[in-house]
Structure formats: C-alpha cells, structure tokens
Design a protein around this ligand. Sequence first.
Ligand code: SIN
Length: 331
Amino acid sequence: MLLNKTLIGLATGIMCSLTFVANAAPIEIKFSHVVAENTPKGQMALKFKDLVDEKLPGKVTVKVFPNSQLFGDNKVLEAMQLGDVQMAAPSLSKFKKYTKKLQIFDLPFLFTDIDSVERFQKSAVGIRLLRSMERKGLIGLGYLHNGMKQLSASAPLKVPNDAKGKKFRIMSSDVLAAQFMAVDAMPVKKPFSEVFTLLQTKAIDGQENTWSNIYSKKFFEVQDYITESNHGVLDYMVVTSKSFWDSLPSDVRAEVQSALDEAIAYGNGIAAKKAEQDKQQIIDSKRSSIITISTEQRQLWVTAMKPVWKRFERKIGKEYIDAAISANQVN
Ligand code: SIN
C-alpha cells in the first residue's frame, strides 16, 4: 500500500516536471545590430532566426533588431554583459575595450582581398581569436564578411596628400585613428548611426566603409566622391555572453551553433554578391563619382599608412600579423 502511494507520488512528480518542460517559455535570443536589413549582416541575422525556428521550434526564439533600434554599437557589448541582449555582430573594429588582438583586422593594406581574410579567419590563429575575449565574458561564435573598405569624401581623394587636414569618421579603433593620422587627416570616432547626418551637415568630410554600407545607408547621396581603395577590411564577429552560452543545455547550444554556421555561410554568399551589386547601384545613381586609382597612386597610400603596423605590433602580437601575411598566399 505504502509502496503504491510512493510510486503514484513519484509518477505524479515526473508528469509535473515533464509538463513544466513542455510548457516552459522558449529561450529568447535578442540579436541586435546596427545595419540595414538588406546587407550581409541584416540577411544573415534573419536567416539565423528562420533556421532556429526550424531546428528548435518552441524551444528557442530569435528576435532581430536592425538599424541600431535596440542598441547602438557603442552600447551593445555592455548590454550583452548585463544580459539585456544575447547576440550581436559588431564590426571587428569595435572590440578594443575587450581585446587588442582583434585590431589586426584594422591594419591598413594587410589583407590583399576578402579571400585572404577568409583564409586567415579559418586558420588556427583566426579560430583562437574567437576566444580572445572569454576572460571579459564574451565568446566569438563565428566571423561574417561584409567586404573591403573604400574611402568616400566631399572632394576627390587620389593621393594621400588629398586627405590632409580633412575630417574622417572612423569606428572606435585606435588603429583606424593612426591610419588617418598617417596621412595628416583628422579621425573622428562616431557611432555608425550618426554617420549620414555628419556627412550631410558637412560636420565631417569623409568616411571609410564597404560598398554595401555606403549604399544601404545612402552615404553616396551625401558624398561626391568614392575612391576604390580596398585599403582595409570590414568584417564582423558574432558574439554572445559566456554566461548566456554556458546556461544553454548542450544539445540546444549545438543546434544554435549549427544554425549560426549555416546562416553565416549564407551571409558570406550575399556579401560577395552585394559588394559588386551595390557598387553598380551607386555608379548607376550618378550621385557620386567613383575614383579608380593607379598602381602608383595606390602605392603612395600603402607607403604612408603601412608604418601603422609597426606601432601596433606589440599590442596585437607579431605572430598574428605574420599569420595574416601568410594568408595572402594561396597554397
Ligand atoms: C557595421 O557594418 O556594422 C557598421 C560599420 C561602421 O560602423 O562603419
């Protein structure tokens, strides 16, 4: 009799906890970013949401907040540490407070093209960098491409001397500040959400960005010239907080990672196409003239800016820079 009662009690307990699991509210991932939806990052985030819906129905939901709607890029990582947002994909230039090593991606003329960047990110060194902020409570889950950066300005920029004395908006990176100071220009650190107005009101003269950002945020409508300089890379790291990541059941964590890997591959495919398409849209708009520089003119920019590497070598680590140089060679 007593045994029966105990068994009934146990069974009821198990049923209750199963019902609780079945009825538990899904885990929510707020994914915050600063760009438009029709960009590689915007599309990747939406794809990630769809894949999570498909792989983890009722268990995890993703809410995407584009265009700095939830947090601007100067606040999102602090918000992540506080648990107010679970995922973001800031540009690699925006992690200075958390690690100096990622500044490698800002060194001017380090990578020859996006394929070199891809090889570096996939290398053992690149993979190690995903964990470079773990002690600060942030974990990198993957890299995403946007593309190579171009210089835009209100006056034509052909040689470094053309940039002298001009104000350029930059992301919050000391390497980028040094890059512009190397050509006697004035760098101004500002969030992405302010760039259009700063350009429109002529508070600054120019900025550096990818074709997709210049197009989707309409910078080309308020900049008369864009120099096709390909002088640096603008890529992203998808990050989460260590405490959130560790709190996920391991099977859920594996599915979320797999959805993200798939979404990143999709976003990278879009990045490759968008760079060409958005450049063409800008040409067709006739709002901004595209300047193609000669090999000799490009070399002048390289000579002026490359000394920045040496200045940051100790902070970044020579072995990382060497690995990036090797990634320029196709095996
Ligand atoms: C982004 O692509 O996320 C923003 C880049 C910038 O701040 O210029």
